[in-house]
Design a protein around this ligand. Structure first.
Ligand SMILES: Cc1cc2nc3c(=O)[nH]c(=O)nc-3n(C[C@H](O)[C@H](O)[C@H](O)COP(=O)(O)OP(=O)(O)OC[C@H]3O[C@@H](n4cnc5c(N)ncnc54)[C@H](O)[C@@H]3O)c2cc1C
Ligand code: FES
Length: 312
């Protein structure tokens, strides 16, 4: 995939929490603001890029506010920053406002959920390469699996606002309705406006247990839908973010159909800037049969699906 060759500004900036609330089960939504150089750096963020949050100074919540299964986790010290992508980034009155949709899963995110409006955290970013939108495409399919939703939500907004010539269809999947990181409308077809704003785009939901929408894997829902799609493969592009098995399945389907596909990969990260070599993604080198390791944080997290050798 053609990498963005423009040297973007990145740095370590202070970000102030504007709001932070739990909206469903373990899912929370936080808005942060950056001023000055931070605002300039985040002004040009593309969907799929991310930032590393320093949560070491965030205070411990009281034990009764922590889910039982995570009570041991809160005792752990947090040494490393944690990576988060954005569900929206916008500029208001010269400040960058970043929305983050996150799941409380361990020591750092438990503390993150306790941050209050007015608190400050250190943010390193923006990092990595986001999704590339080829302007000549006529149809963009967005596939979100579980916590892959935030950058897909951001991408949906960018496409709806700036690429009116591209039809957009979104698929969101999770194990069950409770595992959907956003509210679902009563009709089970659209996603609640508070967590996944309705940009006027068609959206389809799939759950493994059928508790909402299509019963089965989101990639199977997409495969069936594709059979009725009238756009040519060349005019279509698929953007995916979610568990690796879902990305691999989407990549295989797209390759068979001759459709371009970009996948946002997830790895545990430390430095976030390519130095520690801890977030390797194995990638092929054409027809040679050889592979190389690219860094998810620096060369990705978004890759052309044909490059990636999935780790399943
Ligand atoms: C580029 C990128 C963007 C991300 N964007 C978001 C986001 O928008 N919202 C969100 O909720 N989370 C996101 N994550 C995941 C987030 O970074 C982790 O959930 C967080 O670091 C967990 O920290 P913790 O200390 O609370 O939990 P930990 O104790 O560190 O981990 C808890 C559990 O989550 C698993 N886990 C943690 N990080 C990862 C990872 N990177 N890949 C696979 N499994 C992992 C661990 O194996 C463990 O089982 C993103 C990760 C990456 C790499
Ligand atoms: S996290 Fe250090 S190289 Fe990617």
């Amino acid at each position: 995939m053609k990498k963005d060759l423009v040297q973007r500004k990145k740095g370590v900036f202070a970000a102030r929490i504007i709001s932070n609330h739990q909206f469903k089960g373990r899912f929370c939504r936080m808005s942060l603001e950056l001023a000055g150089l931070g605002a300039e750096a985040f002004e040009t963020v593309t969907p799929g890029q991310f930032a590393e949050f320093d949560l070491t100074c965030a205070s411990l919540p009281s034990p009764e506010d922590v889910p039982v299964e995570l009570r041991d986790a809160i005792e752990r010290k947090i040494l490393l920053r944690r990576p988060f992508s954005f569900s929206d980034v916008r500029i208001e009155d010269g400040r960058a406002i970043i929305d983050v949709l996150y799941a409380v899963v361990g020591a750092a995110t438990v503390r993150m959920a306790g941050l209050k409006p007015g608190d400050e955290i250190s943010v390193l970013g923006p990092l990595g390469n986001g999704f590339t939108i080829p302007v000549k495409k006529k149809l963009a399919i967005l596939l979100a699996g579980g916590m892959g939703a935030p950058p897909i939500q951001h991408l949906a907004k960018v496409l709806a606002a700036g690429f009116k010539n591209i039809e957009v269809v979104t698929f969101a999947g999770a194990k069950s309705s409770d595992d959907m990181p956003f509210a679902v409308s009563d009709k089970n077809t659209a996603i609640g406006p508070a967590e996944f704003p309705d940009y006027g785009l068609e959206m389809l939901i799939a759950t493994d247990d059928g508790s909402t929408g299509y019963k089965g894997l989101v990639t199977e829902c997409f495969r069936q839908w594709l059979q009725t799609c009238e756009h040519k493969a060349d005019d279509t592009i698929v953007f995916c973010c979610g568990p690796e098995a879902m990305l691999a399945s989407a990549a295989k389907l797209c390759e068979a159909e001759g459709i371009e596909c970009q996948v946002s990969m997830e790895r545990r990260m430390a430095c976030g800037t390519g130095l520690c070599q801890g977030c390797a993604v194995e990638c092929g080198t054409g027809n040679s049969g050889q592979s190389v390791y690219q860094m998810c944080c620096k060369d990705g997290p978004v890759f052309d699906s044909k490059e990636v050798i999935f780790d399943l």
